[in-house]
Design a protein around this ligand. Structure first.
Ligand code: ADP
Ligand code: GLC
Length: 485
């Protein structure tokens, strides 16, 4: 019998309590798969303002932790709830730090005290383990907001008996977000200046929370095999490639899984009509509903393209902007749900204003609409500059919205080019980051759309592709055990 592991998964956002992107989906769903494998998995996150509104609820535990911050001490109040009815989740509450909306910053930029907020969070995580008497075998940290945990364990907590047998795994979800702060924040963190070296947490004269983890975690993972290779190169490394090459033996790429409890057109309460690969008639009802929602003037067979995305340059939005006029010229329609960079927001709002019959735009974050768009559209575009994994393209597969993607990172790993002869494959890919190459992929996609039998086979391939968590969760367990050797 394999030994049951005690695992603490740490993230700054966990669906459905808080979500700004794919990290939340992963932090909300990987634990379910680990639980199914029989492990004692628990989750911890900050008690952001939005957390309180989540219907899953929570209750105060009557416990608190006291954390030294610079010369002062700050209190964290503990709350708890359950994910999926059975997985304990802890929330660290501190009104001044976390009772904010949005969770990382406003339109004008990141919150100025983000270093302090996440120093507090990281150290609280360790203190919470003691307060709730949980002695984890593995602490699984995710992204820079959790990056100081491995460093605390290697410094201030190195002699702490509670953590003598605890190992850390750090998952990189996006190397573009690093949590780099002025060096004086080391003092806020109570960490010794001796670690502020190029071999340590120093990164171009900044104190980098991401680099802390890259240096100090026992093992590193990222969210697709291709991204694991890419980030060790200059082109994708965001200046961290050197450190990552140094840790190459400890770095693993595991493709994210999909939570089909949440993303399945057969049982999705958000869509106009449920459908499945076997009975697809509901998909047309969903397309009509989507056209209706955005007042588009389209026919049943008008190709409908969509994007559900953070509006950041990472997502290749510039390429879409370049080809949109041409696309509309081909008698297609386009729907976008997104928020982010105001330059992009304004552009799409303008297009919506100019072509309300063919361009539907919703600026904002809307979980239900995201499901409706995948259900109603024929194609999903994700021409990302880089993409650690990407979940939206895998969700799109299940909903029979054919992905058109740039062949990078997890997009390269999850989408196979459709071949008209063998009728195998799930989408359309291109490599050079140019509008022309995107447009060629779009044209290929449209010509398959017009051939009924090819289209039927392609969408059947998509809807039956399986990216469930089981495989990935087992790989994480192997790594947890490896860290413990
Ligand atoms: P990333 O994490 O880089 O944003 P992913 O594809 O991994 O990209 O995950 C994005 C997640 O966020 C998906 O669940 C997607 O549906 C969701 N999402 C992105 N933008 C929006 C939005 N504006 N409204 C609702 N959901 C969104
Ligand atoms: C990040 C990445 C995305 C990935 C997600 C979950 O936000 O940008 O590619 O799917 O994390 O791992």
């Amino acid at each position: 019998m394999t030994q049951k592991l005690k695992i603490l998964l740490v993230a700054s956002e966990v669906y459905p309590y808080a979500k700004t992107g794919g990290l939340a989906d992963i932090a909300g769903s990987l634990p379910k798969a680990l639980k199914q494998l029989g492990h004692d998995i628990r989750v911890i996150m900050p008690k952001h303002k939005c957390v309180v509104k989540c219907p899953l609820g929570m209750r105060p535990m009557g416990l608190d932790v006291t954390i030294p911050i610079g010369g002062t001490r700050k209190k964290g109040f503990l709350y708890t709830g359950h994910l999926n009815g059975e997985i304990p989740i802890y929330f660290v509450g501190n009104e001044a730090y976390f009772s904010r909306d949005p969770i990382y910053g406003t339109r004008h930029g990141d919150y100025l005290d983000n270093a302090e907020r996440f120093i507090f969070f990281c150290r609280s995580v360790l203190e919470v383990c003691k307060s709730v008497e949980f002695q984890p075998d593995v602490i699984h940290c995710n992204d820079w907001q959790t990056g100081l945990i491995p460093t605390y364990l290697k410094t201030i907590y190195s002699k702490d008996k509670w953590f003598q047998n605890t190992r850390t795994i750090f998952s990189i979800h996006n190397l573009g977000y690093q949590g780099n702060f002025p060096s004086y924040e080391l003092k806020t963190a109570g960490l010794p200046f001796s670690i502020f070296t190029p071999q340590g947490v120093e990164f171009y004269n900044h104190f980098s929370f991401l680099k802390s983890a890259l240096v100090d975690a026992d093992l590193l993972t990222t969210v697709s095999p291709t991204y694991a290779k890419e980030i060790q190169t200059k082109a994708f490394g965001f200046k961290m490639d050197g450190v990552l090459r140094m840790r190459s033996k400890d770095l693993f790429g595991i493709l994210n899984g999909v939570d089909y409890q949440e993303w399945n057109p057969e049982a999705d309460p958000s869509v106009a009509k449920n459908y499945s690969s076997k009975n697809r008639s509901g998909k047309l009802a969903c397309k009509r509903k989507l056209a209706d929602l955005f007042s588009l003037k389209i026919k049943d067979d008008t190709p409908l393209f969509s994007m559900v995305t953070r509006l950041s340059s990472q997502k290749g939005v510039d390429l879409v902007i370049e080809i949109l006029d041409e696309l509309l010229g081909e008698d297609a329609a386009f729907v976008l749900l997104g928020s982010g960079d105001s330059m992009y927001e304004n552009y799409f709002l303008k297009m919506n204003h100019l072509r309300p019959d063919r361009v539907g735009v919703h600026i904002g974050f809307d979980e239900k609409l995201a499901h409706q768009i995948l259900a109603g559209s024929d194609f999903l575009m994700m021409p990302s500059q880089y993409e650690p994994c990407g979940l939206t393209q895998m969700y799109a597969l299940k909903y029979g919205a054919v992905p058109i993607v740039r062949s990078v990172g997890g997009l390269a790993d999850s989408i196979k080019e459709f071949n008209r002869k063998t009728m195998k494959g799930t989408g359309f890919k291109f490599k050079p980051f140019t509008p022309d190459h995107l447009y060629q992929a779009v044209q290929k996609a449209m010509s398959v759309y017009r051939k009924k039998n090819q289209w039927q086979t392609l969408t059947a391939n998509d809807m039956t592709a399986d990216f469930g968590w089981d495989r990935a969760a087992k790989k994480y367990c192997q790594l947890y055990r490896r860290a413990l050797l």
